[in-house]
Design a protein around this ligand. Structure first.
Ligand code: DLL
Length: 441
């Protein structure tokens, strides 16, 4: 079937199409304000600045941002739960969280103005990808601490569309709702979109039976081949959007109807690219790790946050008129975080669970594969000699215990397989904790 490109529209032309020189002035003015606020309100970051010997007064031009220390997920973990907040809790009206590298999650707060900003930046990419106030938006992201559901929800409402907060799961019911309610826009992870397409096919529901016309997919990496498959299987025009909880949630960047890179909303987020090994600036065209500074966030302003996402940046003009630099698809991570069905998983979290279970050894491996459209995780764990010699029933019980604990911590079901001592390959250097069998392209 032929997929029609939606009409070109801009949600906030004044700010999305700012000439670059005006954008630079605005960014510098906002950056100075953010750094001053962090210096006066967040002792943790002030201390970091003192260590490298910079003060807010050292920030005279935009490039001076390179004098400032980076912020990492580990910093936010150390500030758990509220120490990174630059506003008192009484000004905070929403709290979300995402998984941390170990134990504690990273907690993020929003003031009323932050929620307003968040709705606007989400509305921007929704309009950029073709959403209008006439649409009926089916949101299949989970609603909860994850920022996907609420972010897209308020963004779509801001556009004036009719929002159906379906949340995740119960795929057949999702299809019934799409059919009965006449959903015209779909919001979920790209892998779930492919799965939905497969279930539709199995149920005999053809794309033409639904009114879907546009889809907004994000929260995990996907390829152009997956885009083609989604467009074909579900019959809609699919765009990519990017974000992360620490920075705001979804709404950092999104594709326009030209489907050629995601515009970063640079009046709100200042992007840099660095070489993850040296931390020095990287050639934007060649790619590197994306580092983001929030320019307007009140509750948790972040300076030079290391996203660990690898991408490249392109400044050439886009036919849509937006001036925001375009980021490529995320091609990898500079740490070991995996995203499985939209859920962020660190191998260290698995290790933490294993430490609680007597008889397991510190040798384990995460095997990620794709069954049909969806990713699955198997955790292979070595057990001690005497335990392995035990009866099968006991081993199975132990597998179920680890599975339960993992599901509790990660919010993801993993299959646990206990294996013989010394059966997981040893490596000379860093242990190979992850075997990723998912197709790359
Ligand atoms: O995934 C926010 C989000 C929700 C974005 C819905 C888009 C749509 P976190 O759970 O904190 O937040 O995970 C952030 O997900 O650092 C990337 O590694 C990855 N990610 C997000 N969007 C994309 C994308 C949300 N479009 C982490 N392509 C980020 C590739 C993405 N990776």
């Amino acid at each position: 079937m032929t997929i029609e490109r939606p009409a070109l529209a801009v949600f906030d032309p004044k700010n999305e199409c700012l000439p670059v020189s005006a954008l630079r002035d605005l960014q510098l003015e906002r950056l100075k304000k953010v750094v001053r606020k962090l210096w006066t309100r967040v002792p943790y970051y002030r201390q970091k600045m003192k260590v490298v010997g910079v003060t807010p007064a050292d920030l005279r031009k935009l490039e001076d941002i390179q004098k400032l220390p980076f912020t990492t997920k580990e910093d936010l973990r150390l500030c758990y739960p509220y120490e990174a907040f630059a506003e008192p809790l009484e000004k905070v009206v929403r709290i979300h969280a995402s998984s941390g590298t170990t134990g504690k999650s990273t907690v993020v707060g929003y003031t009323r103005k932050d929620l307003d900003t968040w709705s606007n930046v989400c509305a921007r990419f929704l309009v950029a990808g073709g959403l209008t106030s006439k649409d009926v938006v089916h949101i299949a992201f989970s609603y909860g601490l994850f920022t996907g559901g609420f972010g897209l929800h308020y963004g779509a409402e801001r556009v004036g569309a009719a929002v159906i907060p379906v949340s995740s799961g119960r795929t057949e019911r999702q299809i019934t709702i799409m059919k009965d309610f006449g959903s015209t826009a779909l919001v979920c992870t790209p892998s779930y979109a492919i799965y939905l397409g497969e279930v539709m096919h199995n149920l005999g529901v053809r794309p033409g039976d639904l009114k879907l016309r546009v889809g907004f997919f994000g929260a995990e990496a996907w390829t152009d081949r997956m885009r083609a498959e989604i467009q074909e299987k579900i019959g809609l025009f699919a765009t990519d959007n990017y974000g992360l909880s620490e920075v705001i949630g979804p709404g950092v960047a999104g594709e326009c109807v030209h489907q050629d890179g995601m515009h970063i909303w640079e009046d709100h987020f200042y992007p840099e690219l660095i070489d993850p090994d040296t931390c020095q600036p990287a050639d934007p065209a060649k790619g590197g790790e994306l580092v983001l500074t929030t320019l307007t966030k009140e509750a948790i302003p972040l300076v030079r946050y290391r996203t660990r996402d690898i991408c490249s940046l392109r400044r050439e003009p886009c036919p849509c008129g937006r001036t925001g630099v375009r980021m490529s698809k995320v091609t990898g991570r500079s740490d070991d975080m995996l995203i499985i069905r939209g859920i962020n998983v660190f191998p260290s979290q698995v290790e933490e669970v294993l430490l609680e279970v007597k008889g397991t050894m510190p040798h384990y491996q995460l095997v990620v594969s794709r069954e049909g459209a969806l990713d699955s995780l198997e955790v292979r764990v070595e057990v001690s000699e005497d335990l392995f010699a035990d009866e099968m029933k006991k081993l199975h019980e132990m597998e179920r215990t680890v599975e339960r604990k993992l599901e509790n911590l990660l919010g993801l079901r993993a299959a646990v397989k206990l294996v013989e001592p010394k059966s997981i390959e040893r490596s000379e250097g860093k242990a190979k904790r992850v075997v990723d069998l998912r197709p790359k392209e």
